[in-house]
Design a protein around this ligand. Structure first.
Ligand SMILES: NC(=O)C1=CN([C@@H]2O[C@H](COP(=O)(O)OP(=O)(O)OC[C@H]3O[C@@H](n4cnc5c(N)ncnc54)[C@H](OP(=O)(O)O)[C@@H]3O)[C@@H](O)[C@H]2O)C=CC1
Ligand SMILES: Nc1nc2c(ncn2[C@@H]2O[C@H](COP(=O)(O)O)[C@@H](O)[C@H]2O)c(=O)[nH]1
Length: 323
């Protein structure tokens, strides 16, 4: 298997079949709903909060609420449904998480999406949680992860997951590769390709996306959706205060397995960084859509599916990886 990452790949253009990029459709059906673009902000505490989730849902973007305000998740589902919006939450695998599923079922609160979010998702703990959710909340679209291998994808799909999330350690705030020696960091795009070939259901490419063009590349290699953290971290709407330093504005971005998230230095696999302030998230999402429309035009198509068939070349070291 050849190892490559986003910066090593360039997609090869086909003849354009549209007169304007505005004709091009970037919509994606993912689970029970259709979204404007195949992009979801990472379910991390420095990336999403309730006001942003509401804005994203109202504006036809996919979102996944993080799982770190444990007791706010049930009321969150209720509030979203009262507003006529879809609910999409995350869970872990510890005993309290089983109770949450039971409480949601008892209250007849059925979120549209539940993401099982742990670092090493190819595990019986995740398989057991998939079974539990499917038993108690059968209508929910279950996303499970993270995994980095075809075997991981197949096992979670066979257990009942409706989609799997691929990426072990490629994230900008991640230090898993350094701390453990394991992961898909440096070959995340090749891992997406490998996993998507084994998948019979959608996969989410999670981590390592540094430029808008990487979204098109993820779709080329089989992703239905891209989860992005660092590119979304610096916005006005991102949780946390704007920090001024040497006349420049920043926002904080920290890993979900960092000591800042955990409140203690134990099994730490994430770090904290400052990312430049980028204005409003609506502008970034709009630019992502425009760039994706342009990418589809280079693919010679009118919709996302055109990207799946384009040729590619591997050009090692063409540009420096942001990491
Ligand atoms: N995508 C990625 O590469 C990574 C993502 N993360 C993110 O960090 C957050 C915290 O993740 P996580 O620590 O899994 O969540 P939790 O702290 O909720 O741990 C989940 C469960 O899995 C156990 N566990 C965690 N890591 C391992 C492992 N390597 N082998 C065996 N058991 C394990 C934990 O027990 P115990 O702690 O006692 O071992 C716990 O019971 C999540 O949001 C996750 O997505 C973290 C690292 C990598
Ligand atoms: N190894 C770790 N990975 C983490 C941690 N917190 C989050 N993540 C993963 O990173 C992506 C976002 O990646 P980015 O390159 O777009 O910034 C996120 O969705 C998680 O899967 C962590 O502490 N350690």
């Amino acid at each position: 298997m050849q190892a490559f990452d986003y910066e090593d790949i360039q997609l090869v253009p086909n003849k354009c079949i549209v007169k304007s990029r505005s004709e091009i459709d970037t919509k994606i059906k993912f689970g029970p709903m259709i979204f404007k673009i195949p992009v979801v902000p990472a379910n991390m505490q420095t990336i999403i909060d309730e006001p942003l989730a509401i804005w994203l849902a109202k504006n036809d973007y996919f979102y996944i609420m993080h799982r770190f305000n444990e007791d706010e998740r049930l009321p969150f589902v209720k509030k979203m449904h009262q507003r006529g919006l879809f609910a999409s939450i995350s869970v872990g695998v510890k005993p309290k998480e089983y109770e949450l599923i039971n409480e949601l079922a008892a209250a007849h609160l059925v979120p549209e999406y539940i993401t099982i979010d742990i670092a090493h998702g190819h595990a019986d703990t995740v398989i057991d949680m998939i079974h539990h959710i499917k038993k108690r909340l059968p209508g929910v679209f279950v996303i499970a992860g993270n995994v980095g291998t075809p075997e991981g994808v197949r096992e979670l799909e066979n257990a009942g997951a409706d989609a799997t999330k691929v990426g072990i350690g490629p994230g900008k705030a991640c230090i898993t590769k350094l701390k453990t020696g394991f992961g898909t960091g440096g070959w995340q795009l090749a891992a997406v390709r490998l996993c998507s070939k084994a998948a019979s259901k959608p996969i989410i490419a999670d981590g390592g996306i540094r430029y808008n063009g990487d979204i098109a590349k993820s779709v080329r290699f089989g992703a239905s959706m891209c989860m992005i953290g660092s590119l979304f971290a610096g916005h006005e709407e991102s949780p946390g205060e704007v920090i001024s330093k040497n006349g420049k504005k920043y926002k904080t971005y920290y890993g979900s397995a960092s000591q800042y998230q955990k409140g203690q230095y134990k099994n730490v696999e994430g770090k904290k960084l400052l990312v430049p302030y980028r204005g409003h998230i609506a502008d970034t999402l709009h630019e992502m859509q425009e760039d994706l429309q342009s990418a589809i035009s280079y693919a010679g198509g009118r919709e996302l599916a055109a990207l799946r068939k384009v040729d590619y070349v591997i050009v090692k070291n063409s540009i420096f990886n942001g990491d």
